[in-house]
Design a protein around this ligand. Structure first.
Ligand code: KE4
Length: 451
C-alpha cells in the first residue's frame, strides 16, 4: 500500500473499532473457565510452568488479568492479596511505575538489537556494586540458563565433571540438576525426570542441606572429581529453610580444601534477603553466583558471574561457549536497573518488619487453634510448615503435612489471599504490602486454622 492509502486504511480500522466499542458490541468477556479450557488444549497440563496447575492444592487455578501493588485480579474480577509475586521477581509489587516506564522506554526505543546497549552496562554495574564477588558476569534469559552456564564454567575451570547439590535444592530444569539420590546420599544420582540420561544424572552427587558430614562423605567418596558445590544459600525451593549457623562458612572452606568451586544460587535470595544477597547477609563469598528474578524487575532475566579468572573463560574471551539471542534484552535490563535503584536500606528494614509480623501472627493464630505448625523465614520470604519444629533439611520438610497445607491454601484463597500453590514454596512479601495487609492475612489464617 502507498503511504496515503496506508494511512486511510489505518484510520478506517481505528474508526471502525471505535464504533464497535461505542455500540457496546465488543466481544463478551471470556471467563477464567473458558481460558482454562482453551489453555488445556494448548499446553501440557494447561500451563507454562507446572506449579501453576494447582495440582498440589486443588481447585481451578485463577487466570490472572492484572496486578497492581500487592494485589492481583483474575479475569472474572476476583481480587486477591498476592503472596506469589510471580515466585520472587516482584519485590516492589506489581506494575511499579518506575519499572514499567523503564521497560516501555526501551521498547519504544526499538529494542532488542542483538548488540551492546547502555541498559545492560548500567545493570551490570549495579549488580557488581551490590555484590563485589561478582567481578564479571554474563546476562541470560532465565535462572536455568544461568545455572547450567555457571556449572559449565566450573567444569572447564577445574577439569572435573561431578557437581554436588543438596536434596530439596532446585536450580532450574537443566538435565544434570534433575537428579535424585542414588542408593543413598553421596552416591552418584539417578534421573529425577523422564528424558534425563542416567549418564548425565550420574554426574550429580547429592548431600543433605545443613549437614556437613554428608558433604564430607561426598568429597571423600569422589575425591578429586567434584567440580562445584551448588547451593541455595537460603533454601527456598523446599520451603524456606535457613542455613544453620556456620554451615555456609564451613561449606566454603570444605569446597576450597577439596578443589571444588562454590556456586551460590541466589536466583531467589539475590537482592531479596539483603541488597547484597545471602552472601552479604551471611558474610560468605562464593566463587560464582547465579542471579535471576528480582534483577529483571519481572522481565525474563538470569545472570551468572563471579571471579574474573573464571568468568573470562566464557566465549568470546575464553573456551567455554555460551550465547543467547535475547540475553541482555534492553527492556529487561532497564526494568531490572530501575528496580534495583529502589532497593535501599529502608526497604529491607520494612520487609523485615512485615515478614516478622506475618510470621508471629501465623504462629499465634495456629497455636490458638491447636494446630502444630512452624514457619521458616528469612526477611520477606517465608513458608508455613504443617509440622513443628521448623525443618532443617529435606527429610524433615517431607514430614510436613502437605494435605493440611492444601486445605489451608484453599481456605485462604476463599478469603481472597493468594498463596503459592504448593507447600514447598516460599511466600513473598513485597514492599507494596502494608501492615493492614498482614493483619488481614493473619485474620484469614485464624479462620482457616479454625476450620
Ligand atoms: P528459572 O529458569 O525458572 O528462571 O529459574 C530456575 C531457578 C533457579 N534457581 C532457583 C533458586 C530458583 O528458585 C529457580 C526457579 N524458582 C521456581 C520457584 N520455586 C520458579 C517457579 C516455576 O518453576 O514456575
Amino acid at each position: 500500500m502507498t503511504g496515503a492509502a496506508d494511512t486511510a486504511q489505518t484510520a478506517g480500522t481505528a474508526q471502525a473499532a471505535g464504533t464497535a466499542q461505542a455500540a457496546g458490541t465488543a466481544e463478551a468477556a471470556v471467563t477464567g473457565a473458558e481460558y482454562l479450557r482453551r489453555a488445556a488444549s494448548l499446553f501440557p497440563g494447561g500451563v507454562n510452568s507446572p506449579v501453576r496447575a494447582y495440582r498440589a492444592v486443588g481447585g481451578d487455578p485463577p487466570v490472572i488479568a492484572r496486578g497492581s501493588g500487592a494485589t492481583v485480579t483474575d479475569v472474572d474480577g476476583v481480587e486477591y492479596l498476592d503472596y506469589v509475586g510471580a515466585f520472587g521477581p516482584l519485590i516492589l509489587g506489581h506494575a511499579h511505575p518506575a519499572v514499567t516506564a523503564a521497560a516501555v522506554a526501551e521498547l519504544e526505543a526499538g529494542g532488542p538489537f542483538g548488540a551492546t546497549t547502555p541498559p545492560e552496562v548500567e545493570l551490570g554495574e549495579a549488580i557488581r556494586e551490590a555484590m563485589p564477588s561478582i567481578e564479571r558476569l554474563r546476562f541470560v534469559s532465565s535462572g536455568t540458563e544461568a545455572v547450567m552456564s555457571a556449572l559449565r564454567v566450573a567444569r572447564a575451570a577445574t577439569g572435573r565433571e561431578l557437581v554436588l547439590k543438596f536434596e530439596g535444592g532446585y536450580h532450574g530444569h537443566s538435565d544434570g540438576l534433575l537428579a535424585q539420590a542414588g542408593s543413598g546420599l553421596a552416591t552418584l544420582s539417578l534421573p529425577a525426570s523422564a528424558g534425563v540420561p542416567s549418564a548425565i544424572a550420574a554426574q550429580t552427587v547429592l548431600a543433605r542441606y545443613n549437614d556437613l558430614a554428608s558433604v564430607e562423605a561426598a568429597f571423600q567418596r569422589h575425591a578429586g572429581r567434584i567440580a562445584a558445590v551448588i547451593v541455595e544459600p537460603v533454601t527456598a525451593n523446599m520451603g524456606v529453610v535457613a542455613p544453620v549457623p556456620g554451615f555456609l562458612e564451613a561449606l566454603c572452606e570444605l569446597s576450597a580444601r577439596n578443589g571444588a568451586l562454590l556456586v551460590f544460587d541466589e536466583v531467589i535470595t539475590g537482592f531479596r534477603v539483603a541488597r547484597g544477597g545471602a552472601q552479604a547477609r551471611y558474610h560468605v563469598t562464593p566463587d560464582l553466583t547465579v542471579l535471576g528474578k528480582i534483577i529483571g524487575g519481572g522481565m525474563p532475566v538470569g545472570a551468572y558471574g563471579g571471579r574474573a579468572d573464571l568468568v573470562d573463560l566464557v566465549a568470546p574471551a575464553g573456551p567455554v561457549y555460551q550465547a543467547g539471542t535475547l540475553s541482555g534484552h534492553p527492556a529487561a535490563m532497564a526494568a531490572g536497573a530501575a528496580a534495583l535503584r529502589l532497593l535501599g536500606a529502608g526497604l529491607y528494614a520494612r520487609l523485615e518488619r512485615l515478614g516478622a509480623s506475618l510470621e508471629a501472627g501465623l504462629v499465634e493464630a495456629a497455636a490458638a487453634a491447636g494446630r502444630r505448625v512452624s514457619v521458616g523465614r528469612v526477611g520477606s520470604i517465608l513458608t508455613l510448615f504443617f509440622r513443628d519444629p521448623a525443618p532443617r533439611d529435606f527429610d524433615e520438610v517431607r514430614e510436613a503435612d502437605a494435605h493440611a497445607f492444601a486445605r489451608f491454601h484453599r481456605a485462604m484463597r476463599a478469603s481472597g489471599i493468594l498463596l503459592p500453590p504448593a507447600s514447598q514454596e516460599a511466600w513473598f512479601v513485597s514492599a507494596a504490602h502494608t501492615e493492614a495487609d498482614v493483619a488481614r492475612t493473619i485474620e484469614a489464617a485464624r479462620e482457616a486454622f479454625e476450620r
